[in-house]
Design a binder for this molecule. Structure first.
Ligand SMILES: C[S@@+](CC[C@H](N)C(=O)[O-])C[C@H]1O[C@@H](n2cnc3c(N)ncnc32)[C@H](O)[C@@H]1O
Length: 352
């Protein structure tokens, strides 16, 4: 679509919905039909499912929504499969305290409504958000609600003075920007990533948001640890198989391979091990992945703790459920949150 000139916003929207519907309903389509007819068929499934989800039976979902190997890698609840067949919701993160204002500026209810965690807004309208004045003024970011939750898991609601954070796999900065906002000028964030082109995007987002206190640098885990004296907090938002994003990226259901799980779990553990070196005594280490496989979630968390006697679990409440019982880690399922699937674990470095 970037190459095709002159498409109207309606045409662009129609094409992307058709492509996503095709991959979302791929296993239901009649392989004998020509591609155009299969695209129509997929659009028909998408429309009927949106109106009457019961028309697809649980058994059909279990057989077709995800590849068979997934059952070996994780628990596969039917409500998760149901959530994967729906069109994903669009989430925004407003600057601290500005959720209601951003929602109102985008048209208010029913187009833009405050979401389940602080500053989140669900957008259901048809505006091109990248062209809105609010976006250009840095008043909000487009960020999945589950990804916003990672920020809330990291930083206490009332930031202590001068916290130093390291966002190890900062990518294009979704969580870096949130961390900087939550620190409210009372701390700094070092954002690193092995992909310099991603850091270029991060830089643009930081200037749009006019954020202070964020530095960035290319880094990978073969290099020495940055930050003399250590960090109060280190976030490892690690590369993963991304099964938690299959609602938003339906084609990935058919490209991820089971062998990727083991390979990525080993990389995640290695990254965590390096990142742990940079945590000050008493400081926190946060691990997040947008996947749900056992090996990359609880598996990595358990292996890390086993190999690092100088760390202990740091139980925290589920930000979607204020006042909930703290736990050493949380799995955020799409069917519960309305966002992507996410896993977050936290540890504290012992003082002695
Ligand atoms: C899940 S993405 C990060 C998303 C980002 N935190 C955000 O919120 O937008 C994982 C990132 O890890 C980076 N990465 C992968 N292997 C790495 C390594 N060995 N060292 C540093 N970064 C790495 C990738 O380039 C990718 O940007």
């Amino acid at each position: 679509m970037k190459l095709a000139r002159g498409l109207t916003p309606e045409e662009t929207r129609w094409i992307s919905r058709a492509v996503f519907a095709y991959f979302r309903w791929q296993e239901w389509l009649d392989a004998e039909l020509p591609l155009e007819r299969r695209i129509d068929q997929a659009a028909g499934f998408a429309d009927t499912y949106a109106r009457k989800p019961g028309f697809v039976k649980d058994e059909a979902l279990a057989a077709h929504a995800v590849p068979a190997w997934v059952r070996e890698a994780m628990e596969v609840p039917v409500p998760w499969l149901r959530s994967l067949q729906r069109e994903p919701r669009l989430w925004l993160r407003a600057r601290p305290g500005k959720g209601p204002e951003v929602a109102a500026a985008l048209g208010g209810d029913p187009d833009a409504v405050p979401g389940p965690v602080p500053d989140s807004v669900e957008y259901r309208g048809l505006k091109d958000l990248f062209k809105t004045p609010g976006f250009h003024k840095g008043e909000f970011e487009i960020q999945d609600v589950a990804s916003q939750v990672v920020g809330h898991c990291c930083v206490p609601t009332v930031p202590e003075a001068d916290q130093r954070w390291w966002d190890v796999c900062a990518g294009e900065g979704g969580k870096t920007l949130h961390l900087a906002d939550l620190l409210a000028g009372k701390g700094t964030v070092l954002a690193t990533d092995r992909a310099e082109w991603r850091l270029d995007r991060l830089q643009q987002r930081i200037s749009r948001a006019r954020l202070l206190g964020v530095r960035w640098a290319a880094w990978d885990d073969a290099q020495p640890i940055p930050g003399e004296g250590g960090f109060d907090g280190v976030l490892v938002d690690a590369p993963c198989t991304g099964l938690g994003t299959w609602g938003r990226n339906p084609h990935a259901r058919w490209t991820v391979q089971p062998k990727d799980i083991e390979e990525l779990a080993a990389r995640q553990l290695a990254l965590l091990g390096r990142a742990a070196e940079a945590v000050k005594p008493g400081g926190q280490l946060v691990y997040s992945v947008c996947t749900l496989t056992r090996a990359e979630t609880a598996g990595v968390a358990e292996a890390f703790l086993k190999a690092h006697a100088d760390f202990e679990a740091l139980p925290f409440a589920n930000p979607f459920v204020p006042g909930s019982e703290p736990a050493a880690f949380h799995v955020f399922w799409p069917q519960d949150t309305g966002g992507s699937g996410m896993f977050v674990a936290k540890w504290r470095r012992r003082l002695a």
